[in-house]
Design a binder for this molecule. Structure first.
Ligand SMILES: [Zn+2]
Length: 438
């Protein structure tokens, strides 16, 4: 089928979407639903019936599940080549694998080729929005933005701030950082579907002067987001406390420089104290849970209850390359396993919410993305539930939507990608030529 963007078009089939209601398990599911996409790339209608006014429009019936695109709310695009590096913990892994690779992103053409690959792989897995760490280099961010021009994802990113605790090739003094950062903010303003995030890598790689500058910038411009890491491993926490002896805890380091607020995204947050949880809740900041990274690096087991019980917004991130997969279903399955190891059960509807609307809330875009609702961007994917014999049977046997989604998270036939087509702005950005029925 050739999708005609001069007229609204309709996709008909099984349809699932979380809803942004008070309870995270609120959702819509139709065995035979209709998604109507307008010429402006926004959703016109979602429901069990096709409204009369669109009866003459092009209808594509799919055997796949129609679902909102996923939000990868924490990922490092320069780390794709260091994914699955053997046998280390966080700080050693950074020194041995990550920093040498990130150094290469000062080369614009290398960064461009890696950015394109990264964004395509994300689209192929149904990711339509991502909060991305780049590197210290302005050309690395430019390369990401240029590569996305034709691929059409919704991105959040910024220059990664580091002025200590890193090789000289990845450190920049504060004067140069201000210059690079402010130029990058200006050039980012005109870009469609791009939001700038101030990105101090983590406290260990930033001087007090750099954190102070980041905090002032966040305060002065309400359009900016802030993303960083916190409480990922015990070693990191000890080193942070030695470097910032006046801070009462890790969160206090960021808070004391004005970096704790509702536009802040903190990845990991595994080893929080009770005081940190409470202060976090008051601030309105989001946590981005990165379970594949946490199990791979042996960082610890995220305590979902610590956040959920306090009403803290949670998103999910692949954290590639600490994480070992860009696939949202792998991330959700790993989050489920982490919870089980703590003796808890995570509802698949909650996991879907975290990976869509939770991420959308973290980047302050839940009014325009994260679910299939009229007025929002038509960012969606088609998920194969029929081509594999076992997977298809699991889907059909599952009695509830909750159980059906759970089977999708855990049944990955031989590592096969289950997403077969991805749309952003109502435009087809990628499809599996064999399995897609478009
Ligand atoms: Zn990370």
């Amino acid at each position: 089928m050739v999708l005609d963007k001069k007229e609204p078009f309709v996709v008909q089939g099984r349809l699932f979407t979380p809803l942004d209601q008070r309870e995270v398990d609120e959702h819509l599911y139709y065995d035979d639903g209709f998604l109507v996409v307008g010429v402006d790339g926004r959703i016109l209608s979602v429901g069990p019936k096709l409204p009369e006014e669109y009866a003459q429009n092009q209808v594509h019936r799919t055997r796949h599940l129609i679902a909102p695109g996923f939000v990868d709310a924490h990922v490092h695009y320069p780390q794709l080549p260091v994914m699955a590096s053997y046998g280390t913990s966080l700080l050693e892994w950074l020194d041995r694998y990550t920093f040498p690779e990130e150094t290469r992103y000062g080369d614009r053409s290398y960064a461009g080729s890696r950015a394109t690959k990264f964004l395509k792989l994300s689209l192929e897995r149904g990711v339509t929005s991502a909060a991305i760490f780049s590197t210290i280099h302005d050309v690395a961010l430019e390369a990401l933005q240029a590569s996305n021009h034709d691929l059409g994802l919704n991105l959040v990113s910024g220059i990664t701030g580091m002025d200590r605790g890193a090789p000289d090739s990845l450190s920049v003094d504060i004067v140069a950082f201000k210059d690079i950062n402010e130029k990058a903010i200006e050039t980012s303003r005109g870009l469609e579907r791009f939001s700038y995030a101030i990105t101090p890598r983590f406290a260990l790689s930033c001087s007090e002067e750099m954190l102070d500058y980041c905090g002032q910038l966040l305060e002065s411009d309400q359009s900016l987001l802030m993303q960083t890491h916190i409480n990922e491993t015990e070693d990191e926490i000890l080193a942070t406390s030695a470097l910032f002896p006046r801070a009462s805890d890790y969160l206090d380091v960021y808070a004391s420089f004005g970096l704790l607020g509702s536009r802040s995204l903190f990845a990991h947050g595994i080893h929080n104290t009770e005081t940190e949880y409470d202060r976090w809740a008051e601030s309105g900041a989001s946590v981005i849970h990165c379970p594949t990274s946490n199990t791979f690096l042996g960082s610890g087991l995220f305590d979902a209850d610590g956040y959920v019980s306090r009403g803290i917004n949670v998103g999910l991130g692949s954290d590639v390359g600490g994480g070992f997969s860009l696939n949202p279903f792998v991330t959700m399955a790993e989050a489920y396993k982490v919870a089980k190891l703590r003796g808890k059960v995570l509802d698949p509807l909650r996991l879907m919410y975290w990976h869509t609307l939770g991420g959308a809330k973290a980047i302050h875009q839940h009014d325009s993305i994260g679910s299939l609702e009229p007025g929002k961007y038509a960012d969606f994917c088609l998920i194969d539930i029929t081509s594999d014999e076992v997977g298809s049977e699991l889907w059909e046997r599952a009695a509830t939507v909750r159980e059906k989604l759970f089977s999708l998270m855990f049944f990955m036939p031989d590592s096969k990608n289950r997403v077969v087509a991805t749309f952003t702005d109502g435009a087809l950005r990628w499809q599996d030529e064999i399995q897609s029925d478009l």
